[in-house]
Design a protein around this ligand. Structure first.
Ligand SMILES: [Fe+2]
Length: 359
């Protein structure tokens, strides 16, 4: 009788010991994100997701390629990564992750409704969540209207007009490689090599930060450059010193004419990692970022926190972006092709003598 009592007590204690951690586990849903966004590790939209869902977001930050290599190593070793979501600032990296079987396709009516087909992978491996244009910034004091009119395509900065007047980011950076891959796509390898050679001959300085590039253009150190649009919007909405830099330069969207392909852009995009431990939370995170509230232009929103263009057609543009007018985006070069051309683009840039470091 006594033994039976002891036994049942022991069993109850054991059950309690097992169920407490299980209960704690069930109450602590988490989501692990590998993020190459470099705008503060724990961003406002991630906090908004935590608050709305009770799911704790844990972020590991790094460059797109570093995170891609980390994912590859983890999945190769143990079949799964710590990461549930891979968030990258470049569609090419997401596409490479899909090709390396590091992501899994997802089917979501929410994502299909919120994100146009040209901004997501046809098989559902990744979804674009915001758009960033890489385009021309120029100094209006040093560039005439006629000179400006001569720049229609990205290759036009290679003409004699622009000798020693161009600042660019080195070819070691994703921003440059992705942009230049669009020339390879549109012009083919031979003409791209010529374009890269001509362009690199006109470069006066290679600079590794877009904000520093804009500052150099404002100071007259160079007259024209390629930058991501949101760096200009940041300056426009920054301190008085920032505003002074913004006022000294102008943005110019490329390839906007009739029959032209539109401005090169990239997407902040996200995919669910293969065998993700927190699969449901991962899908929910991507869906959350695609809804109108997170696509809005306020600083707490995914899109607004970095002055990007929304992918969800329901969302309004930030006032600064609205002042720049309508933009035609280059969707002729499909986002899912970005990954395929990166390696070859780097080889061609190298062959053309394009700089890979700051000078
Ligand atoms: Fe950036």
């Amino acid at each position: 009788m006594f033994n039976k009592f002891i036994r049942s007590m022991l069993l109850a204690t054991l059950l309690l010991a097992v169920s407490i951690p299980m209960l704690a586990y069930a109450q602590q849903p988490v989501l692990n994100v590998y993020s190459s966004r470099h705008y503060g590790t724990m961003e406002a939209p991630f906090v908004a997701f935590q608050e709305a869902t009770g799911i704790e977001v844990r972020v590991s930050a790094g460059t797109p390629n570093d995170l891609l290599e980390r994912l590859t190593a983890e999945v190769d070793q143990g079949g799964r990564s710590v990461a549930d979501v891979f968030l990258a600032i470049d569609a090419g990296v997401l596409e490479m992750a899909a090709q390396r079987e590091l992501l899994q396709p997802i089917q979501s009516d929410v994502l299909d409704a919120n994100i146009p087909v040209e901004l997501r992978d046809p098989e559902g491996y990744w979804y674009g969540l915001s758009k960033r244009i890489r385009t021309l910034v120029y100094n209006p004091a040093n560039v005439t209207a006629e000179e400006l009119a001569s720049i229609q395509t990205y290759a036009d900065l290679g003409t004699a007009t622009w000798a020693d007047r161009v600042c660019v980011r080195p070819a070691s950076h994703t921003y440059t490689v992705a942009l230049m891959s669009s020339l390879v796509f549109h012009l083919g390898e031979d003409d791209s090599l010529t374009a890269f050679t001509n362009l690199s001959n006109n470069v006066t300085r290679y600079i590794t930060s877009d904000t520093s590039i804009i500052t150099a253009v404002a100071a007259g150190e160079c007259d024209v450059a390629f930058v991501n649009h949101y760096y200009l919007a940041r300056l426009a909405n920054g301190s008085n010193d920032d505003k002074a830099i913004y006022d000294a330069v102008r943005i110019h969207f490329m390839q906007q004419g009739e029959g032209q392909t539109g401005a090169f852009f990239n997407v902040n995009s996200a995919g669910v990692v293969v065998n993700a431990a927190n699969y449901d939370n991962a899908v929910r995170f991507i869906e959350f970022m695609s809804q109108p509230e997170m696509q809005a232009s306020n600083p707490e929103a995914f899109v607004g926190s970095n002055y990007e263009y929304p992918v969800n057609p329901e969302a309004e543009l930030h006032p600064t972006l609205a002042t720049w007018g309508e933009v035609k985006f280059d969707t002729v070069y499909p986002l899912w092709e970005y990954g395929n051309l990166q390696a070859r683009t780097i080889e061609l840039l190298d062959e053309a003598g394009f700089g890979f470091t700051e000078n």
